[in-house]
Design a protein around this ligand. Structure first.
Ligand code: NAD
Length: 263
């Protein structure tokens, strides 16, 4: 569940103007959101920092430190009000905005993403699916009809797309990325296995499952050789700093493949 609160009465986020949260903290906030939604679904009104930390797979001190960066301390002995903290975190994460996502590329991956029903509950409406293949254009996939990517700009305008997912071959990705940016979209998620350049003011994140698997393999073999055990999975909040492919800067202009700053 995402808090689409009106701006009136929203808690303010006490980050100083222009100063973003470290990428690892942002990654953990998404985990806290998921845990809080789960508490809410179970009709839990209040949660202690220990319980929220446990449900999120982080230590209590990490949780408290992260939340204190948002100015959200809870009450000693009482804990956090689940709804209140959910709203607070949703505002901090920009999830109270109306995110309208277009998927460009309706191949295996694009179709699977378009059929997935879980984005809406996390605050993202998938509003368009585009492709260039005449055999695919016009097909119904999930609740969407595939649009002709030749009309990308018009489709984006009609659907008020403000976030794009590139599920394209590497060879087409930069060209499409440039068109997406020219159409006014400032947030792009790319699955294409290539380095993309975006201008200042555009946030690009790259998903690379092969890289994640390589990192997993590294940790697995370290564990086998007795080097490390109990290494959290790449998706676990305490492990975000060992999953560089997952962590791009929060709001910025760096190309997707630049290494993240240490935080
Ligand atoms: N990062 C990951 O974890 C991950 C996982 C799987 C696939 N991928 C990558 O995602 C991409 C898509 O994979 P797939 O299996 O769906 O491939 P696919 O070949 O099934 O689909 C690609 C689609 O893009 C369309 N396309 C090509 N040029 C286009 C353009 N200019 N505009 C709009 N559509 C265009 C094609 O017609 C095709 O339907 C590939 O680059 C693949 O390597 C990444």
């Amino acid at each position: 569940m995402v808090r689409r609160a009106s701006h009136e009465g929203e808690p303010s986020v006490s980050l100083s103007e222009g100063k973003g949260l470290p990428p690892a903290v942002v990654a953990r906030l998404t985990v806290y959101l998921r845990a809080l939604n789960s508490f809410l679904a179970d009709d839990v009104d209040r949660v202690s920092s220990d319980a929220l930390a446990e449900a999120s797979g982080v230590s209590s001190s990490t949780l408290r430190k992260d939340l204190s960066q948002l100015g959200s301390y809870g009450t000693r002995g009482v804990g956090y009000e689940v709804e209140n903290l959910l709203t607070h975190l949703s505002v901090a994460m920009g999830l109270t905005r109306d995110w309208r996502v277009a998927i460009v590329g309706a191949g295996n991956l694009g179709r699977a993403l378009a059929r997935y029903g879980g984005f809406e509950t996390r605050g993202f409406d998938v509003v368009a699916l585009l492709d260039t293949d005449p055999q695919i254009i016009g097909n119904e996939i999930g609740w969407l009809r595939v649009s002709d990517a030749a009309n990308l700009e018009a489709v984006f305008e009609r659907t008020r797309t403000n976030m794009a997912v590139l599920a394209l071959p590497a060879s087409a990705a930069q060209f499409v990325c440039d068109r997406v940016v020219a159409a006014g979209v400032r947030s792009i998620l790319s699955f294409a296995p290539t380095i993309l350049q975006v201008p200042p003011g555009v946030t690009l994140r790259k998903v690379d499952m092969a890289t994640e698997l390589q990192i997993l393999a590294y940790h697995a073999q370290r564990g086998e050789s007795g080097g490390e055990t109990g290494q959290p999975s790449a998706g676990a909040p305490e492990a975000v700093d060992v999953a560089p492919a997952d962590i791009q800067p929060p709001a910025d202009t760096r190309p997707a493949d630049m290494p993240p700053p240490a935080d």
